[in-house]
Design a protein. Structure first.
Length: 87
């Protein structure tokens, strides 16, 4: 690589264009929603971020059950907590 190529690669890194989307991959098919837009959509849906630290066996059981029921882990946790708290 010559000096010009090194500078060109450095500029691409700065601009965030080092990796072009590859056709056939899910990320290339659907454009990602930026964080601000996702936050606005979540707020409109009444969702609130609530980070929780759980032990790995609990996480594994949640993921297995969510997959078996065909729902997302987030939906399963929401349902289980609502039932447990009688909300």
């Amino acid at each position: 690589m010559n000096k010009f190529d090194l500078e060109k690669n450095k500029a691409k890194k700065i601009m965030g264009q080092t990796h072009a989307p590859v056709a056939g991959r899910p990320a290339a098919a659907a454009p990602a929603v930026d964080r601000r837009e996702q936050r606005r959509l979540d707020q409109a849906a009444g969702l609130v971020s609530f980070p929780v630290k759980l032990r790995q066996p609990v996480i594994d059981a949640l993921r297995t059950r969510a997959e078996a029921e065909g729902v997302s882990s987030q939906d399963l946790v929401n349902t289980l907590l609502a039932e447990a708290l009688k909300v």
